[in-house]
Design a protein around this ligand. Sequence first.
Ligand SMILES: [Zn+2]
Length: 298
Amino acid sequence: MTTDFRAELLASGLLVESSVDGLYGRSGTFEKVVRGIDDLVTSAGADQHAAVLHFPAVMPRLVLERSGYLRSFPDLPGSVSVFEGDDDLHVGLLERLERGENWTELLTASDVALCSAACHPLYPQCSGRLPAGGRRFEVFGHCFRHEPSLDPARMQAFRMHEFVYLGEPDAAVAHRDLWLERSADLLSGLGLAVETVVANDPFFGRPGRMLASNQRAEMLKYEVVCTIHHDAHPTAISSSNYHLDHFGIGFGIESANGDVAHSACVGFGVERITLALLGAHGLDPDAWPLAVRSRLWP
Ligand SMILES: [Zn+2]
């Protein structure tokens, strides 16, 4: 069971639990593995000559609104609320806090939201006309998804390491396909038993069922899945996505010839890959097979 694995991770100190399911602190050893994965992914993309961007955990709320994420997954994103009241309201807030009542009703929505996907804050940076050949980015970002779970692979706050292409449709498809193969090779090279599958995103509600069947029919998204711990279901540890013109339309991005830009991204879930490695090779990275260690820490 994943909960046994969770118990092992907590007992070893690799993860530190909080009062909220799916929200963890991480040990130095866990982060050493994360850094090894990040470095390996970076070197796998060295031929892309991608511009490197690191984004914070929050982004303009406008990005959430334009990304279409609220349409597909209204249950997953979060927006940040802040206190903007006067002295009287502050007193009211403290009274509610003291009485254990809901004080968050007194907050107002700020102009920032939590990032849903690492690549989302990138798109507004690309509004306008792209150069010939498009643009490539390597993006490091934090993500939030409100899906409290005891499965350690389903964290509410996690990081994604992506390579993103924006430009012509053919090149976007080629980016997705190149990275699908590359990510499967990279992950199986770490001794993980991975499989490539057509993705099946949990789109929300009735319109979501149509989105899901379109996504499958058009084979827009592939995932590299891995059984993180025996008895658990396979979990996506990387995904390769062709967005068509979705972000091109949402953020006013044109390719060099003036058409709406298409885009594609590959995302590596670094916490999930770390968990998969811990599940496959044991909780002590110093005791992992030399072939794995030498790839992560050459
Ligand atoms: Zn992405």
